[in-house]
Unconditional design. Structure first.
Length: 174
């Protein structure tokens, strides 16, 4: 259809050593890569911070998802140094996600505000696993509003071309 662009992307796991569970050859074929921690949550803060920063240093990673891994009333955030991750996001050009899922809301408003103040583009992501999952966007917007973010702080408030221009690899889709 005219005016519709279909993109290929994936959420990839950040392994305990900071590598990703997809080879770079596969990641290079994708238009969008968001990397997140999905296992080994009990690492100390220094190790977890190094793990996440290592993933951010891969130029094929566009964003980091649900930075602290929290699930409200189900799992406490894992230990990490958010200030160091934010500094690395500035250095690498990696975006950070506000996951709008009601049980995540991660980045929280404190970390989202600090990241945006440092110049890190923020994404609001529904983490939708089904079509009906997009209805939670309002929770991500509420978190961004609590962080005093404006549309200019949130990368995905504009067209894809604007988001693509912010990406570490700064290349347009295939």
């Amino acid at each position: 259809m005219d005016g519709i662009e279909l993109l290929a992307g994936s959420e990839v796991n950040i392994l305990p050593d900071g590598s990703l569970d997809y080879d770079d050859e596969i990641l290079a074929e994708l238009d969008w890569v968001i990397a997140s921690v999905h296992s080994s949550f009990r690492m100390d803060a220094d190790s977890m911070t190094r793990r996440i920063i290592s993933a951010m240093e891969n130029p094929l990673v566009d964003a980091i998802g649900h930075l602290t891994g929290r699930k409200i009333e189900r799992r406490e955030p894992y230990a990490l140094h958010a200030d160091q991750v934010i500094e690395a996001a500035v250095r690498t050009g990696t975006m950070l996600e506000i996951n709008a899922s009601p049980d995540r809301r991660d980045l929280n408003e404190v970390n989202a505000r600090a990241a945006a103040a440092a110049g890190v583009p923020i994404l609001i992501n529904c983490d939708a696993h089904r079509v009906g999952g997009f209805e939670v966007a309002r929770y991500g917007v509420a978190t961004a509003r609590r962080a005093w973010l404006t549309a200019g702080d949130v990368a995905n408030t504009g067209p894809w071309a604007d988001v693509a221009s912010l990406r570490p690899r700064n290349r347009s889709p295939r």
